[in-house]
Design a protein around this ligand. Structure first.
Ligand SMILES: *Cc1c(COP(=O)(O)O)cnc(C)c1O
Ligand code: SF4
Length: 347
């Protein structure tokens, strides 16, 4: 008991920030100087996927603005309860792709490890919002089996740590996972999909930087940033530190109605990403998860947005517009979906 208390008082700054996130809608709205009556679609404090917003992130939301693009990403709405028949609890076919509890393999050379179910922030459009996270702890209980599966699979070259947010794990736990994965000779790259360095930049600790720089394999970190306002000076600093540690930085965004569905917002985002040393990688069409339909942008609109970006920007500033389709062996460029059906890569 005593050691537990000591541990808590010695917990790193990022863990204290993680723990102090807003988890109550009324407190969050008061902090943002907003009232429920300020919204056209009223927020709902009783959603099954609870509110969770770290204070670092809340500080970047404009006070008194019910249409702020960061706010819209985390605000629970009554609209989430509207059932839509083309939306499902598992739109990406994750359950089918589970090779052993905690490990998904959809694509030939890479597998995805559900390292944890926990996230620092709850994004309303999240495709894993209905994920059976009880099984996520499988990454701990089923670890020997997972490592055995990875070692035995002769196609695998890359392991993707995902979740949840894998950087929710302690540096010690992450270090164990990464060291053991890096020890598999066939694994050339370890990829981390995370929103934590953005929502809590203090997560980029010296211990994390040290561990990543010594991993002995290429480390690719894919941030998840949807809007330029998510990037403040602390985020730039954290990303530059990761870059100095030899980490390859990419970003994936989700195209979200009223958040980033304009050429201006998307170009600003790419510019701010480059300030951080991050290359725009994917712009995802929304996964059709139940409760997120109000965020959807039509494929025709999305295609035009990206085409216009291409007209105005250097090629490396334009992300690939893709949709994930269950059963297909790659993410699918939306442009192909809009032309001949025969263009879709075979399953
Ligand atoms: C997106 C995804 C990947 C990675 O795909 P890339 O095209 O390499 O970025 C791997 N596994 C799963 C299950 C995914 O959803
Ligand atoms: S998995 Fe990613 S998108 Fe989903 S809630 Fe967590 S941080 Fe947000």
């Amino acid at each position: 008991m005593i050691s537990e208390i000591q541990n808590r008082s010695q917990s790193p700054a990022w863990q204290r920030r993680y723990a102090s996130a807003f988890t109550r809608l009324d407190e969050l709205l008061r902090y943002l100087r907003l009232n429920p009556s300020d919204f056209v679609d009223p927020p709902d404090p009783h959603q099954a996927f609870p509110v969770r917003v770290p204070r670092d992130y809340a500080a970047r939301i404009e006070k008194g603005n019910p249409r702020d693009p960061l706010l819209l990403q985390i605000l629970p709405l009554r609209l989430e309860n509207v059932l839509n028949s083309t939306y499902s609890p598992d739109p990406t076919g994750d359950q089918v792709a589970m090779v052993t509890p905690g490990l998904l393999k959809k694509y030939r050379s890479r597998a995805l490890l559900v390292a944890t179910g926990a996230c620092a922030i709850h994004c309303r459009y999240c495709f894993r919002r209905e994920y059976p996270y009880q099984e996520a702890s499988a990454a701990v209980s089923n670890w020997p089996e997972i490592l055995q599966t990875i070692t035995a699979d002769t196609e695998l070259e890359e392991i993707i740590l995902s979740g949840g947010d894998p950087l929710s794990l302690s540096d010690e736990r992450l270090s164990t996972i990464i060291t053991q994965l890096a020890a598999v000779p066939r694994i050339k790259r370890i990829r981390i999909h995370t929103r934590l360095p953005v929502v809590i930049p203090a997560r980029v600790t010296p211990a994390l930087l040290d561990m990543l720089s010594r991993a002995g394999k290429n480390i690719v970190l894919v941030t998840h940033i949807n809007h330029a306002h998510e990037i403040d000076t602390d985020v730039v600093k954290a990303m530059r530190e990761l870059q100095r540690a030899g980490v390859i930085l990419l970003n994936q965004s989700v195209l979200l109605k009223q958040v980033n569905d304009s050429v201006k917002a998307l170009i600003e985002l790419s510019e701010h990403l480059l300030d951080c040393g991050i290359s725009p990688y994917y712009l995802h069409q929304l996964d059709r998860i139940q409760g997120a339909a109000h965020f959807e942008v039509a494929d025709a609109v999305a295609t035009n947005l990206v085409r216009e970006m291409r007209n105005r920007c250097a090629g490396y500033m334009v992300p690939r517009l893709v949709r994930e389709m269950p059963g297909l062996k790659t993410k699918v460029p939306v442009e192909l979906l809009r032309s001949e059906p025969g263009n879709i890569p075979p399953a």
